[in-house]
Ligand binder design. Structure first.
Ligand SMILES: Cc1cc2nc3c(=O)[nH]c(=O)nc-3n(C[C@H](O)[C@H](O)[C@H](O)COP(=O)(O)OP(=O)(O)OC[C@H]3O[C@@H](n4cnc5c(N)ncnc54)[C@H](O)[C@@H]3O)c2cc1C
Ligand code: SF4
Length: 581
């Protein structure tokens, strides 16, 4: 998807040259807003980039035009995480955060890992058997959505412009294939693409550097990785789908700061891997979730229904019983580790946070690495814009110093130490993989002299439906377990219905013509929002897409076995409206 505009060679790194595009050469009629730096995505990565850049300007009494563009209706609306926060990056970005009303108030008080051996039994693992990276002493139980809201306030007070409810829908390139910004999506097109009465054309946000911080499986990040071949020579990226609910539970079941992690039930101890969590926040709230690794092979598996089964385990049910479900949501997470990290820089821009893949799967934490990567990005961009020279960015606007700084950072060190655990789980399954993790992490401290890789992309891991056992899931009891539609309802998901479908099929016949026979069309089950349905009548079998229910988790884009489904951006502001997820 290339822009229609033409610009001459962009001589980037000079503060006196604020206007990156020569107006005389533009052919597009879209309105243009020039910035020094455009940041796509107001998650921890994007907001930390913005705050750090603005702080550097303040420290040096300079100024830069910085904007952050966010597709959620407000900051935090599309943020879904656990979350236990390792505060290292926050300490660095705002050393005084304790006195700044940051929503980081619940220190971890109790930290347990359980092996869920069956639907009714579990064993609490002694602390010495748990890899040190999974210990949570010194961390905080938070709502990442609320932390992002707070980071947004800090960014705004530092002079950053925040545009919420706008999607970065298109990457703008010049004739030399340098990124020169993004275009927001049009608003007010009907489902056939025609302009409605309220039509508004998208804007072009031009920038001297564009930071892509869209989170896991960013749709622009995907385009950039492909265009610039950023993943050449890397292992395929791997993913999980995290399904989460927020509950208010009876006071006697609540223990602020308690962190529970589970492995085993309901996914079992074999090759279908993942893990569960139950975190006690403040105000009698707990967040409960299940992560199912997306390399699973049985197309009958439904991550949503596995999550419903998880909640029936006595270890979880005992906390939720008598409580009230407040919110529901789902989000893919990136877990390939350092083996799968693409190159991070290209002419005119860079990848930060989970759009690159900095989540530490062993720790199940990516917020601190996302923030740190944003801060390192800001330092490199600031130095380049202030005329830092060829050691910062080459003539083509490639910020080589960002790549170098990441390679020698705490992020690279922790991802390197954790690198073998994910592939070992994929190769050996949960039980043997956990034994390997113990040896790798507790005995060798992540220093084994080899690196395992899983070279099979997640979408290619599915087996034929007829070769796999069917899984029958119990009906929801509507107390602890629920169906998809009532769940999506409390994610407050909303899309304008009369707009072009944002879930594109490369070939419209593949779902019914191939996937159905081969895999019983797995989209019916892997989508946690009931977006995809096979509808049968006497004369026809068709694939229905209920795009208005989409919670933007990106699982279909990842797991569709023929990579036939492409997630694109709906109108800005559409999607879930998560409260404190
Ligand atoms: C279930 C689950 C549990 C987790 N638990 C933990 C935990 O306990 N601790 C921890 O540290 N980490 C945890 N993580 C990981 C953590 O949430 C991520 O690593 C972190 O959120 C990554 O931050 P990010 O800024 O890169 O991306 P995100 O947080 O995903 O933010 C990206 C933002 O960009 C916006 N966006 C995307 N595309 C566009 C576009 N084209 N235009 C405009 N806006 C766009 C999105 O709406 C979103 O607001 C968990 C993740 C999941 C899914
Ligand atoms: S349609 Fe795709 S992105 Fe949307 S909720 Fe379903 S799986 Fe997730």
């Amino acid at each position: 998807m290339s822009s229609r505009i033409k610009v001459s060679y962009w001589e980037a790194v000079n503060l006196s040259d604020r206007e990156p595009v020569r107006e005389s050469l533009r052919e597009s009629l879209r309105e243009v807003m020039p910035f020094d730096v455009v940041i796509v995505g107001a998650g921890p990565a994007g907001l930390s980039t913005a705050c750090k850049l603005a702080q550097l300007c303040q420290d040096h009494e300079t100024s830069l035009d910085i904007c952050v563009i966010e597709k959620g209706s407000e900051i935090g609306a599309h943020i879904l995480s656990g979350a236990v926060l390792e505060a290292s990056a926050l300490d660095e970005l705002f050393p005084d955060w304790h006195n700044m009303q940051a929503p980081v108030k619940v220190p971890v008080t109790d930290d347990e890992v359980h092996l869920l051996t069956s639907s009714a039994s579990s064993i609490k693992l002694p602390s010495f058997l748990v890899p040190p990276a999974l210990h949570n002493s010194g961390n905080y139980v938070i709502s990442l959505g609320n932390l992002c809201r707070w980071l947004g306030e800090q960014a705004e007070s530092l002079g950053v412009q925040l545009f919420t409810g706008f999607t970065a829908a298109e990457i703008l390139y010049n004739d030399d294939d340098q990124v020169i910004g993004i275009a927001t999506g049009d608003m007010g097109r009907d489902k056939n693409g025609n302009e409605k009465g309220n039509f508004e054309e998208g804007y072009e946000l031009h920038a001297r550097y564009t930071v892509f911080a869209e989170g896991c499986r960013g749709h622009l990040g995907k385009e950039l990785i492909e265009k610039y071949d950023l993943d050449k020579g890397k292992a395929p990226q791997h993913y999980g789908i995290g399904i989460k609910e927020l509950w208010e539970v009876p006071a006697e079941a609540h223990s602020p700061g308690k962190v529970f992690h589970g492995v085993g039930w309901p996914l079992g101890l074999g090759k279908t891997t993942g893990g569960s969590f139950l975190y006690h926040l403040e105000n009698n709230e707990v967040s409960v979730g299940l992560i199912t690794d997306l390399n699973y092979s049985n197309p009958w598996l439904s991550p949503f229904d596995e999550f419903q089964r998880l909640k029936q385990h006595p270890a979880i049910r005992s906390v939720l019983s008598g409580g009230k479900r407040l919110s529901y949501g789902a989000r893919a997470l990136v877990k390939g580790g350092i083996q799968s990290l693409p190159n991070l820089v290209f002419p005119g821009g860079l990848l930060a946070g989970d759009n690159a893949g900095f989540l530490n799967f062993l720790k199940l934490k990516g917020s601190h690495t996302a923030m740190k990567s944003g801060m390192l990005a800001a330092e490199s961009i600031y130095a380049a814009l202030m005329g830092g020279g060829a050691e910062i960015a080459n003539d083509n606007g490639v910020l080589e110093s960002y790549q170098d700084n990441i390679n020698t950072s705490s992020i690279a060190r922790e991802l390197y130490a954790a690198r073998n655990v994910g592939p070992a789980m994929h190769k050996f399954g949960t039980l043997l993989g956990s034994a390997f993790a113990f040896i790798d992490q507790v005995i060798f401290r992540g220093k084994l002299p080899f690196t395992l890789k899983d070279m099979v992309p997640d979408h290619a891991a599915l087996k034929r439906a007829e070769d796999c056992p069917r899984i029958s899931y119990p009906a929801p009891d509507n107390e602890i377990s629920f169906d998809k539609l009532s769940s999506v309802y409390i994610s407050n998901t909303n899309h304008e219905e009369d707009q072009p479908c944002h879930l594109k099929l490369i070939d419209a016949e593949t779902p019914t013509g191939f996937n159905l026979a081969e895999y019983d069309e797995p989209a019916q089950r892997y989508c946690p929002a009931g977006v995809y349905e096979i509808v049968r009548s006497d004369t026809k079998t068709r694939f229905q897409i209920n795009a208005q229910n989409c919670v933007h988790c990106k699982t279909c884009d990842i797991k569709d076995p023929t990579q036939n489904i492409v997630w694109t951006a709906p109108e800005g502001g559409g999607g879930p409206n998560y409260p404190n997820m």
